[in-house]
Design a protein. Structure first.
Length: 217
């Protein structure tokens, strides 16, 4: 039990590393949360600091989730209080929670999408591949990262069900429940975006609407 608790704690502390805040301090000496949407994530970093900084933060945030899910469980010893196959996703979820509620910066973090994506790529790569496709299509059509994040998050548990029923790959039921909970958590962290979308005020990335440029030349 102590080893399991330690792994979850380390995963949380890893996820809590405020990459966007650090990028803002290094790049311009600012707190990224005081600009743009006020969010400490890759999307707001892109808006405020530019695409290069945004991509670096995106990669680092995804890396936090991947390391928590793929590396930290390797150090498990002794008897675990849960099925060993679920430890990677539990550690990954702890990293996501750390990213959203980071202890280092007053529990004001990002929305957990990139960190969750990194974790899911390590744990359920096929359903996550489906989710990435949904994310890319949604962003391309709407130009809104939030729409892609919401639909992508929801499509992970849906993808797990489809893969489980249509292929020879079978997942532990707890993984379905945890990814469903993660999808609900992503919806919760995007609650303000949902309100803005319903009122037509959600900001977009016009350059992402490839379809519009293709058919309106």
């Amino acid at each position: 039990m102590p080893t399991f608790i330690l792994m979850v704690l380390i995963s949380y502390l890893l996820g809590a590393i405020p990459t966007a805040v650090i990028a803002g301090k290094i790049s311009r000496g600012i707190d990224i949360r005081d600009f743009g949407s006020g969010n400490a994530g890759a999307t707001n970093t892109w808006r405020v600091l530019g695409w290069k900084a945004g991509m670096i933060v995106l990669a680092l945030d995804a890396g936090k989730g991947a390391i928590a899910a793929a590396v930290i469980p390797l150090f498990s010893t002794g008897q675990m209080p849960v099925d060993p196959t679920t430890i990677p996703i539990i550690c990954g979820v702890a990293a996501v929670i750390g990213h959203v509620f980071p202890i280092y910066t007053g529990f004001r973090g990002g929305k957990g999408v990139a960190t969750g994506a990194g974790m899911l790529l390590a744990v359920v790569p096929i359903p996550m591949g489906i989710a990435l496709g949904v994310f890319g299509l949604a962003v391309t059509v709407t130009g809104r990262i939030s729409v892609g994040s919401l639909l992508g998050g929801i499509s992970v548990p849906v993808g797990i069900v489809l893969v489980d029923r249509l292929t020879s790959t079978h997942y532990d039921p707890l993984i379905l429940w945890l990814t469903s909970a993660l999808a609900l958590f992503i919806i919760f962290t995007h609650r303000k975006n949902i309100v803005e979308l319903l009122h037509g005020r959600e900001r977009s990335f016009p350059q992402a609407k490839i379809w519009k440029r293709m058919f309106h030349r």
